[in-house]
Write a protein that binds this ligand. Structure first.
Ligand SMILES: Cc1cc2nc3c(=O)[nH]c(=O)nc-3n(C[C@H](O)[C@H](O)[C@H](O)COP(=O)(O)O)c2cc1C
Length: 219
């Protein structure tokens, strides 16, 4: 049985980076969608503030990033390396639900790199053993926001001028809400299930060696 907290609420944890508020605005909408599912709660954490403690007991981890130079932003990569890597080592996220979304500037319509950004984040979630919730083509808003991996949101108009973060068109709002709902529904259904086989690696000896290294390094 996976320990996902003392009560029956399933926690959807949304870790995101946002330099000008656009990704944060979408994260809020995804949280709103998740919260509309009975028994689900959602919380938002900035990538540079998120810790392993925030992930403990979660039912779902959602990663949202602005596309920066064709991939996830460096605060998201920092989160991957400093928070997700230890969670991967200690198998702390196995069996939870994982999902992604991105925002981008839009040079070249969708903008370069949204797919790379989404896949690199999904790769991290897959490595950590999460069950991935993607963005099916029958989702609301898929026509404009559809990447198969997760929804993508262009923050500029045709004039390439960024819109205010809160100015999300109805189609984008529908896509974000639907993504949040899908994630929360999947997390609620999988809650407490033992999906993965019994621990094989790391062995107790390998864990002891790593703990000794972490203690020596002051982690
Ligand atoms: C350093 C940097 C690199 C960027 N590179 C890309 C890019 O490769 N492709 C793209 O579509 N947008 C790119 N953008 C635009 C951002 O994706 C856009 O500003 C972001 O989605 C806005 O979200 P935020 O307000 O949450 O930061 C870049 C922006 C910055 C600051």
């Amino acid at each position: 049985m996976i320990d996902q907290g003392p009560d029956s609420t399933v926690r959807v944890v949304i870790v995101h980076d946002s330099w000008d508020g656009h990704t944060a605005a979408i994260a809020e909408l995804i949280a709103e969608g998740a919260r509309s599912v009975p028994g689900a709660a959602a919380e938002l954490h900035r990538a540079n503030e998120a810790t392993r403690e925030h992930l403990r007991g979660c039912g779902a981890l959602v990663m949202g990033s602005p596309v920066h130079q064709r991939t996830m932003s460096w605060p998201m990569k920092r989160f991957v390396d400093l928070v997700c890597e230890p969670a991967w080592f200690y198998d702390e996220l196995v069996g939870r639900v994982g999902a992604v979304f991105t925002t981008g500037g839009g040079h070249g319509d969708a903008g370069g790199g949204c797919e790379l950004a989404q896949l690199s984040m999904l790769g991290n979630l897959a490595a950590c053993g999460l069950t991935l919730v993607t963005f099916p083509k029958n989702s609301p808003g898929f026509g404009r926001h559809g990447m198969h991996w997760g929804p993508h949101f262009r923050i500029t108009g045709e004039d390439m001028v960024p819109r205010p973060p809160e100015d999300v068109a109805a189609e984008g709002r529908d896509a974000a809400l639907a993504h949040g709902q899908n994630i929360a529904r999947a997390a609620a259904r999988l809650r407490g299930m033992q999906l993965a086989s019994a621990p094989g690696w790391p062995t107790l000896e390998v864990i002891a060696q790593r703990r000794a290294r972490e203690t020596a390094a002051g982690h």
